[in-house]
Design a protein. Sequence first.
Lengths: 842, 155
Amino acid sequence: MQAEDNKTKDQLVDEIRHLQSQVKSLEFAMDKYIITDDNVQLSDLISVEELQKIQDAFSKATGVASIITHPDGRPITKPSNFCYLCQEIIRKTNKGLKNCYLSDAVIGRFNADGPIVQPCLSGGLYDAGASIRIGDRHIANWLIGQVRDEKLNDENFIEYARKIGADEENFRNALKDVTIMPLEQFENVANALFLIANQLSQVTYQNLLLKRASEAQKKSDERYRGLFDHMSSGVAILRPIEGEKDFLFIDFNPAAQKIEQVKKDEVVGYRLSEVFPGARDFGIIDIFCEVATTGKPQHYPTRFYIDENHSGWRENFVFRLSSGDVISVYDDVTERQQALENLHASEERFRRIAENAKDIIYRMSLPDGKYEYMSPAASDIFGYSPEELYEKPTLFHQLLHPDWHGYFKDQWNNLLRGIMPPTYEYQIIDRYGRERWLNQRNVLIKNDKGDPIAIEGIVTDVTERKAMIHQLQLSESRFRMLIEQSPLAIEVYNESGVLIQTNNAWRKFWNLQQDTGITGLYNIFEDTLIQMAPIVEMARNALEGKKLDIAEIAVSPARFGRSGERRYVHITVYPLVSALDQVNHIVLMYDDITAEVQYRKERETLIHELENKNAELERFTYTVSHDLKSPLITIRGFIGMIKKDFASGKTDTIEGDFDRISNAADRMYSLLEDVLHLSRIGRTVSISEKVSLESLAREVVSLFDTKIRDRNITVTIGDGLPTVNGDRVRLYEVMQNLFENAIKFLKHVESPKIDIGAENKDGRTICYIKDNGVGIDPRYHERIFGLFDQLDQSVDGTGVGLALVKRIVETHGGRIWVESEGLGKGSTFCFFIPENQVVDKP
Amino acid sequence: MDNQPIMVLLVEDNPDHAELVKRSLAAYPENNRMLHVTDGEQALDYLFRRGVFADTDEYPEPDIILLDLRLPKVEGQEVLRQIRHSKQHKNLPVVILTTSGAEDDINKAYENQVNSYLVKPVDFDKFTRLMKDLSYYWLGWNTFPGKELIGQAGI
């Protein structure tokens, strides 16, 4: 700092010296301007006639010849009282004239002490000279002389005549006419000449100064006129009217005409109160009067002038001229005034904003660190009022949170070097001990030299925002953890459909170690898997803000390039909506419900099976009760009949009735047996073994050997009967029942035939037992497999057989049906049992 | 009393039961004639005059049908349904005479607008009583469509 001060002082001293030298050289130049003006001649200062008159008068008074010449000897005036010798003889010769000029120049040379008196360098007569000067510049010579005394030798003159080539005779005669004067007297005359010449120099100098002054005046007048005409301020020149408080316009410059929108001739010559009726109220007349009286210039500050024709803000400077006229230089400051008003309004607005802002707005001067301004928000944020901080700026440092002291120290040092971060955040502990986060934006104000002189800034309390951000970060991390730990597989997409986030459950679901190579690359909208189509559609809908849910949908492992079985999921697709109500993310959440789906399907199958079994059981119970009731009715009915017949002694029907009773009882027994048998099937088919249906067929055929032979039935067993997994005993029953049925159907048929065989149809080996017997009307093809359903009451059996067969085939996972074109067309019973089918559990 | 006998078509597959019904009804003094078929198909063929049943002298038009439900070929309910859906027999009185007391059977029969639903009792006395009442009611007191009641009804 001290070094800087020294430097400044040195510089000042330098400047002063420089200025002084400039002033000196300027003064010198001014002197020179006057004195060294080569163009100035004596004739410019005093007219030649005037000079001639003085010179003539002097010659006449003194009797000597006289002439005034330029410093080089060339004459300015006409010679006065010149002698014939000099005038007509010497100066008529070239040499003589030249010598005369030379002599005049030498004799007229500048000599401050007195006149130069000496013989002429031409003819040799006595001459004297004095110089005429302006200051110390020699501008003319005044020469007198052409006299001789008795001492001068004539012969010397004659010789000169010869020298210059003049006629000797004439020269001699002319010499006689030369004025004779004693040298002493001539010297007196020369002294008088010296005094007069000096006086003339003084006059000449005065004339010169006058001339300069008048030229300067003229130039100055021109300049003032130019100013007057061209200056932007209005200028009015007014002359006081004697005895009245009013003025007359003398002049009114173009700017004033423009300001007032009047022509000069509408103003000049008129009274001020006429032209500007509002002048009195405006107050300017009083000012003019005062200036006219005192001569003391006045500044009449900005006021509003108004009359019928003119209005506006005017600022006047009033002077008195030496003539006593008053001059007013004034400006139309209406615009400036409006700008000023706007500025005031703007300042007022700014002040209100600053005063009411929640933020602290301040200005601190540098390097002293004092607050020039601080808005009242300081009280809210710091706990100290602006006044307290103006008083003691260091209060701020007390508030600063200890963690930030180092930072601020560094910043302060940077600041003094002109380096400052435009914004920073820090903590304080306010007056009441509360921690606060502040955000500060600063502008460094520098002077012309680039030195920082102040900081202007805004300080905002961002404690809440910080807390919110912290909360947000917490919430974000919680949210991330929730996603990561969710038992649901989660896929988060951006609005373009790119997968951006997945979770642990997702990796588990897809059996992936990590999601690299998928997130950031996989785009759901570009997924072409057919299975994905409904999900992609859901995602598209989610973009429009819809939340969708599919309770069960299959997903293929191929989606992420894996192999394996397809899985079932319960999927929910929903949009994440930004604060602006725009969907910015799509979330897919799904739950692996494959096991559930499988369980459910299994359960459905089981329920279906159970329902079938139940229905069958119901039908079974019903038919059993019905069919068991029938023989009971018969039995009891005919017992009743027999009783009655006994009572009435009617005996012819008794035996037949007993047969009926007996048959009914038998029938009841077989029914019960069959029912028992049937009920066992579901429970007892369990032994899974390889069973050759062909060998079964041969066994069955051999069983009915007698019947076949008795009825002359042709039986063929074809190739291709398969070997199946199954229960041998039950499958034997199937064969037996079907074969027995076939025999029954052949009762009244000529050349009866039974074919047992197998054929391949639709990839299945279908076994058949075909007869050429009565056949079955297609209407009854289903019913014949029902329990106790008999097509022909006359045929033996309880009606359980086909129901039994059907049940056995179905418990083996197969199916049985009958094909017959109708009565008399024969029947073909077909069934298949899946060859490698593991037999179902009971 | 009209001398014309009442034609009863008995549809019953069980020959023993048919015999019991025939004998029971014969024991009562109502004027009737028993016609018997053994399955549903025959019953329909009879009513709609198909095959041998085209002969109306041999197989006269029945006034009432006693219909069993559990029948070979065409079930009793189907027979009833076809009767009710036919033009010529929709008003024919049909009495179900069955061993089944199942709710489904009963409801279905009434849905097909059966005129009466009777379950065969196992007990002989009750069976006899039913046959007697049936005889008195359906063959005695009952009036049939298409016939004019002349004089005093009943016995």
